[in-house]
Design a protein around this ligand. Sequence first.
Ligand SMILES: Cc1ncc(COP(=O)(O)O)c(C=O)c1O
Length: 397
Amino acid sequence: MHKHHSALGVATALKPAAPVTLIRPQAAARAARFFAEKFPGRSLYAVKANPSPDLIRTLFDSGITHFDVASIAEVRLVSEALDGRGKLCFMHPVKAEEAIAEAYRDHGVRTFSLDSMDELEKIMRATGDATDLELCVRLRVSSEHSELSLASKFGVELGETRELLMATRQAADALGICFHVGSQAMSPQAYSDAIERVRAAIVDAAVTVDIIDVGGGFPSVYPGMEPPSLERYFDAIHRGFESLPISYSAELWCEPGRALSAEYSSVVVRVERRRGDELYINDGAYGALFDAAHIGWRFPVALLREEDSEEELTGFSFYGPTCDDMDHMVGPFMLPADVKAGDYIEIGMLGAYGAAMRTGFNGFTSEAVVEVEDEPMASLYAERMPERRRATVIKLG
Ligand SMILES: Cc1ncc(COP(=O)(O)O)c(C=O)c1O
């Protein structure tokens, strides 16, 4: 692994012709410690956000010992990355029967989620009617406070919840209820409302519940999206959990993906051409900028030049390197007005659902990874940002 002091150093010393992913293990470790110390229960890392084995080991070493996996490939990946030391929870509500069987038999997975009778029967078949299962029923909840909805695809409907909870209680050693409020939830109210839905389900089914899993959705910081502090989310969840009609030994879990990984990575790209306020860069929609292209997500950007530009910040859009019109990131991305071909730009906060989305379409991909020591471009966790990055970074007060 190459190491460098800073993003600026990577651009000026290496002058890379292809995009370079920067990783900041210290930022991921800080996020992991924050959740391990302050969340009033257990935190599972949602591996889909960024399946890098290095990141998984960093999180484990900093107190995240449980992992939300969604495919058999993720089960194998985490088992291998941690030599079997992590506890895996298979939280995709629709799984292949072979995947359940392999996870149970070969990887010691005992925790599975489900949102239908069909899936319950499938899990019981695949595990040979095991009696040591933790089964979490996923409720459908609103995504109204979140930037990315997860309200349509999964989650049992109100009218079917009672029957499914009662049947799962019969089959499970431990019964859980889980939900997902949608990604990048901008208000703690999202969790309070969902917990009210959990309360109604428990009262209606009159079952004993052992696990409440509030899922992912914890936000990170992006331009135009500055959420309240995570402590406020944790307080709302703790209050809601304490007021539920569950046994005193019930456990509280969460499954953050974005909040644990966003600050881990950024990408250094080169401007290959400028056309007015459009910059043709060497990464894009089929690389680490999927969300920027497809859902108009805005990421922080900084021009990496030895001499800071004195020019005003101007809004630019980006074109990626492939031949598709769709390889277009509207932005606006705020950069000094004199940005030109040959300049390097750091695009920040790509650790979650950025680095993980890279494809090799059109022959444009890059394996280059450099570890840097400087702060990420924005942080939910940093006490103080250094002078140089203060102009461009976003810090929650
Ligand atoms: C079941 C489950 N848990 C956790 C997550 C992670 O969500 P986030 O990255 O918003 O924290 C997801 C994301 O899709 C998910 O589907």
